[in-house]
Design a protein around this ligand. Structure first.
Ligand SMILES: [Fe+2]
Ligand SMILES: [Fe+2]
Length: 250
């Protein structure tokens, strides 16, 4: 059973934190630190793509996306500063988290992705997932500054996702379905794991405090349904995934 939501959307500001359950602040800080890190790694991935992707026609959109992801990270780090947590402090709390399966997609994009197919898959794994996470969960956050940042981020993520959807069609035209299917087999487990484990105590707290509205599993299912539709339209195969988190190609 999902817990009852205790704080309505946009009802808490930084100034209110002193007067409410101190655990709210702890949960909020951890959530914002993870969001900021995800945006920062995504920005790094786009920066890497600018340096490594050979197709010059993609450069303007990569530059634009890089700047927007950088801005998203700044927005969330500013929200953290406002509650007395510096970027360094926030990042320090993420040292083990970034090695967990839920961060494999952004870490791989920031550190290892190569070439156009990897870029496309990263865009599906980070922008399409981001659109779901931010649109469904954070836009109605009880923490007003996070809801406000989500509103700004969301508009740009919608653009990034349009790019991912278009590129998927173009990739099939250029490379044929086989390499795209292989890339999907490699990336879809990472993309789905990015939502995090289902039914965790942390998510329970997030839902109770109104910092998220849905469980990770529900978001992952929404994302999979969206990608499945795109794959069907293009004659691509969405890979089977193992049932348990962290998911792997079955
Ligand atoms: Fe972003
Ligand atoms: Fe994005």
């Amino acid at each position: 059973m999902p817990p009852r939501r205790e704080y309505p959307p946009r009802s808490v500001t930084a100034a209110d934190l002193g007067g409410i359950d101190p655990n709210y602040r702890r949960v909020l800080t951890r959530l914002l630190a993870a969001h900021a890190m995800a945006e920062k790694l995504t920005a790094l991935g786009y920066q890497r793509a600018i340096e490594t992707v050979e197709n010059a026609a993609l450069r303007p959109v990569l530059e634009k996306t890089f700047h927007e992801e950088h801005k998203h990270a700044r927005l969330i780090y500013s929200a953290l500063e406002e509650i007395g947590v510096s970027e360094k402090q926030a990042d320090r709390t993420m040292i083990t988290v970034v090695r967990a399966p839920s961060f494999e997609a952004p870490m791989h994009f920031a550190q290892q992705a190569r070439g156009e197919l990897d870029l496309l898959m990263a865009s599906i794994a980070l922008d399409a997932t981001g659109l779901v996470m931010i649109g469904v969960n954070y836009r109605d956050s009880s923490y007003a500054p996070h809801a406000a940042a989500a509103e700004i981020i969301l508009e740009e993520e919608a653009d990034h996702d349009v790019f991912a959807a278009e590129q998927l069609g173009r990739a099939v035209e250029r490379f044929g379905p086989e390499p795209v299917n292989a890339a999907l087999r490699e990336w879809m487990p990472r993309a789905v794991n990015f939502f995090g484990p289902p039914g965790s105590g942390f998510t329970f707290d997030c839902i109770r405090y109104g910092l998220k509205s849905r469980d990770n599993q529900e978001l992952a299912d929404l994302f999979l349904a969206m990608i499945e539709k795109r794959c069907d339209q293009l004659g691509l195969e969405l890979p089977e995934l193992t049932k348990e988190y962290p998911h792997a190609a079955a």
